[in-house]
Design a protein around this ligand. Structure first.
Ligand SMILES: CC(C)(COP(=O)(O)OP(=O)(O)OC[C@H]1O[C@@H](n2cnc3c(N)ncnc32)[C@H](O)[C@@H]1OP(=O)(O)O)[C@@H](O)C(=O)NCCC(=O)NCCS
Length: 197
């Protein structure tokens, strides 16, 4: 359904975001890696609790909710698919970043989830992880790498992706139940998005 021009009311208890899809259709030279003691750990057949925990630690502040509301079987089918690769960025022996590459659509790679925990934001770890993401994505037979970000995400995410070489091509409005009311995020998460009950 096409939304009419002008403002549209969002019911109390729901959140609304503008989603921007971005793509890259050719491999580009990567910028130099920032200095940092990070490593990438590939996680074959991820444990669901492990995955949800890292997803929460990276995404809770940005109201990532989709994977927390997904039944076990559905989540397992995605993250344990042979066409989906899950990686953790490790810092000081801990998993502090999440990278999920989805190759289920032939010839394409979606950076389905990308981010680092609060302590690593602004440290160069995001750029380092993007360099690893693009190496891994383009190491397969793909002609397109794409992702989406929304206005609930970290405010520098969109510019970060554009500096990474992604070109915006689609915009959507997403409305969803507020995960802080649905019980999948604490009520005090995401102070940048006021809770309206
Ligand atoms: C989106 C996100 C990855 C952006 O990362 P960031 O923390 O702003 O990025 P970084 O600190 O790695 O990099 C920012 C810039 O500073 C530079 N930088 C930062 N610290 C540096 C250092 N110590 N040495 C060299 N360069 C450094 C980086 O190279 C980069 O410059 P560039 O983009 O021109 O290459 C990060 O904010 C994040 O994970 N947020 C939470 C989850 C989220 O919102 N994800 C996006 C949803 S799709």
């Amino acid at each position: 359904m096409l939304l009419p021009d002008g403002t549209s009311d969002v019911p109390a208890g729901k959140i609304a975001a503008v989603v921007t899809h971005l793509e890259m259709t050719e491999r580009r030279a990567l910028p130099p890696d920032p200095d940092g003691a990070w490593t990438l750990r590939t996680v074959p057949s991820p444990d669901l609790d492990w995955f949800r925990n890292l997803y929460r630690r990276v995404g809770e502040e940005w109201l990532w909710f989709s994977r927390l509301q997904m039944p076990d079987a559905e989540l397992a089918a995605i993250i344990r698919s042979p066409m989906v690769d899950v990686h953790a960025l490790m810092h000081e022996g801990r998993d502090e970043g999440l990278l999920e590459l989805d190759f289920r659509e032939a010839g394409q790679c979606e950076l389905a989830f990308f981010g680092v925990t609060a302590e690593l934001i602004g440290s160069g770890a995001g750029r380092w992880l993007m360099n690893r993401a693009l190496e891994l994505a383009w190491s397969r037979q793909v002609s397109r790498v794409w992702l989406h970000t929304c206005t609930l995400d970290h405010p520098s995410a969109l510019a970060f992706y554009r500096r990474s070489g992604f070109r915006p091509f689609r915009r959507q409005i997403e409305i969803a139940e507020d995960p802080r009311l649905a019980g999948t995020a604490p009520r005090n998460a995401a102070k940048h998005v006021p809770l309206i009950e």
